[in-house]
Design a protein around this ligand. Structure first.
Ligand SMILES: [Zn+2]
Length: 204
């Protein structure tokens, strides 16, 4: 793509580094910004930098947060004795948008997948175990993608937490095996949470 300005070319190159953005879309976005008031473009750029530098991981659940504890962990209306274990922050967003869950979360940062070189040590599993020791946790709901790796992760964590009085459940398999949580529609996801089942019923 031949562009009349090196600066324009640089901006297009930066946008096309984003996932799902090809060169043509990048150019369309850059040309859109070019038409805007410079102050608006500065505000846009600054909000990106602020987002990157000023957000943290919640020190309890590893959700994205603007402070040490995220808005869910620090909310006294949420059931702190209930932890929903998810793979990523995108799953927290997906479950929150169902408005059907009133407990807390624990973001693992991935799932155990030996083929991809991901072992338990690379995930926030120890921190989850620590939470069950220091807090009065009554139930752990596993809301992981229904795949071999997801089931292996559930099995591993549950074994690590034995013996325990905690009730272990997993979301109902309304979501197809091999499917991805974040792409499920809200109804299916909400139903899966309502009809969660004991982990014992999983066939690993
Ligand atoms: Zn949190």
């Amino acid at each position: 793509m031949q562009l009349p300005s090196a600066l324009l070319e640089q901006a297009v190159a930066e946008f096309s580094k984003l996932p799902g953005i090809g060169k043509k879309t990048a150019l369309r976005l850059v040309l859109h910004l070019l038409k805007q008031d410079p102050d608006k473009v500065r505000a846009f750029a600054e909000s990106m930098v602020h987002m990157r530098t000023d957000t943290h991981f919640c020190q309890r659940c590893f959700n994205i947060s603007d402070s040490l504890l995220c808005s869910i962990c620090s909310n006294p209306m949420r059931k702190q004795e209930m932890i929903c274990v998810v793979e990523s922050i995108r799953d927290v967003i997906a479950i929150e948008s169902t408005q059907q869950y009133n407990g807390t979360y624990h973001v693992l940062g991935g799932i155990i997948s030996p083929l991809d070189g991901v072992g338990p040590d690379q995930l926030y599993i120890d921190q989850l175990i620590e939470r069950t020791r220091t807090g009065d946790i009554k139930e752990i709901i596993f809301a992981l993608n229904p795949t071999i790796q997801g089931d292996t992760t559930i099995y591993y964590i549950q074994k690590k937490l034995q013996p325990s009085e905690i009730r272990f459940t997993t979301i109902a398999r309304g979501i197809s095996f091999g499917g991805e949580l974040e792409y499920a529609d809200e109804m299916t996801l909400a139903r899966s949470l309502q009809h969660r089942m004991p982990v014992d019923q999983l066939k690993v």
